[in-house]
Ligand binder design. Sequence first.
Ligand code: DON
Length: 559
Amino acid sequence: MRAAILSFMPRLLAPVIILLLSIPAHAAHPPAAAIASAHPLATDAGMEILNAGGNAFDAAVAVTGALAVVAPMSCGLGGGGFWLLHRAKDNFETMIDGRETAPQAARNNMYLDEQGNVVPNLSLDGPLSAAIPGTPAALVHLAKKYGRLPLARSLAPAIRLAHDGFATDEFYRRVAEFRLTALANAPGLLEQGKPPQPGFVLRQPDLAAVLISLAKQGTAGFYHGEVASKLVDGVRHAGGIWTLNDLANYKIIERTPLRGEYHGTRITSAPPPSSGGVALMSMLNILSGYPLTTLDASTQTHLLIEAMRRAYRDRAEYLGDPGFVSVPVKQLLHPFYAAGLRASIRLDRATPSSALPTEIPVQQGPDTTHFSILDRDGNRVAATVTVNYAFGSAFIPPGTGVLLNDEMDDFSAKPGAPNAYGLVGAEANAIAPGKRPLSSMTPTFLENQRGVAILGTPGGSRIISMVLLATLEFARGGNAANMVALPRLHHQFVPDQVFYEADALNPGQRAMLEKRGHRLEQTADRFGDMQAIVWERDTGVNAASDPRGRGAARVQNPP
Ligand code: DON
């Protein structure tokens, strides 16, 4: 028996060993540094810090800080995020989980009325929708543990932008218009109560003061003392439930990233409380059993859709904060599990979502932001940061300039009932004091013989399928520009529909998919705002910002 096992072992281990040997650790230094972010001023802020001798982690502080000022519709000090890091000198990888936490007074029925129905917008607008922010603590940690420069230096560009102001653009005007009613609680982000006209210079002196307090005192400058008192007073005065203890007790968590492999490409991505890494690997595990590139385009798309359907079902069913629920990551990512899911896929027919056990829709939303950084030493950052909905809760505690998130909406307000986005989750993602809401944010690194990619995007539940498509593009040889520009399609289990951008499917492919029973819906707008960097061993570094957005990618070759 023992001999039988021993003779079997090498065969089991052989593919693993070949894989480990075939994927390079990419130890050499890249020929150039690069930053791709969703706003040119944030990319500039990061470049300023690289030029001042900072590393990728210092630049990540600068970019996050600058985005907090110039992209309040997407992220900010009042929000949270995930910073995936690769340190070149020892190949150490970690994810800083700066996800917001539910305040201690949060209850799982807090967004329900007496009849047990969800009260519209309660988890979206105003201070009751705000969870305890994680971004300030993450910035302090990044600078202290991984950076080379003092926090105050890396935050200097953000402080300048908040103090001196920046010119708002058409995108800002449009999103502010969309959230105008709620933004009555954040007049400092408007131009005399109206969406600012493009070119209007928005100054945020209160936010500059809070950034300075953070820069000087570290976490004490936000989670304790005067700033904390102003935040809590403002929140409670307007009907919220934060306490000073909630702020004082906030902690970031360093988590081991999830790892997977797809046809010679190694994937490193976000673990729970993000659902991103699990769902991404689960889809890749399913797809790895097919000779995808040899199949016709509509069969490939059919298989992508079926993989998405199954991974999103599991996301809704099983995933939540691992500090509160046990998330069966190992089982979900086991190759036998993927084989089982594959066995339920027919090549000629769509599987109706209703034929798979459970019916749990997942959310989508209009904001959040991602940035990618590579420095000359080969350090990498992929960070997706958010205040959740556009302009978060749209509430600023007076005197702070800190726009609060509405991340509480990422919990399921009531297991089994849709929230404002049509979101329904399982018990695993129910509200509990101190718990982190389930996220879809998927900052990711890819590595293969050709090189390394750093990527991610906003887009709510669609984040994960967008990262999947970009991963497949990288695996078949695409560069950063190809990855971000790729036409997108998405299926999230429920609703049982394929959402696609106009150029993602040609009429022939649409006909073939409909014949298999897929329900197709073209989205009114293109979606996502991906920021990608690719370091190719042979050709150097390329970077790209999604053509759908207004961001900027810059590659900086040495002088
Ligand atoms: O953490 C999450 O998954 C959401 N709060 C992200 C929201 C989002 O990406 C909206 N974007 N367009």
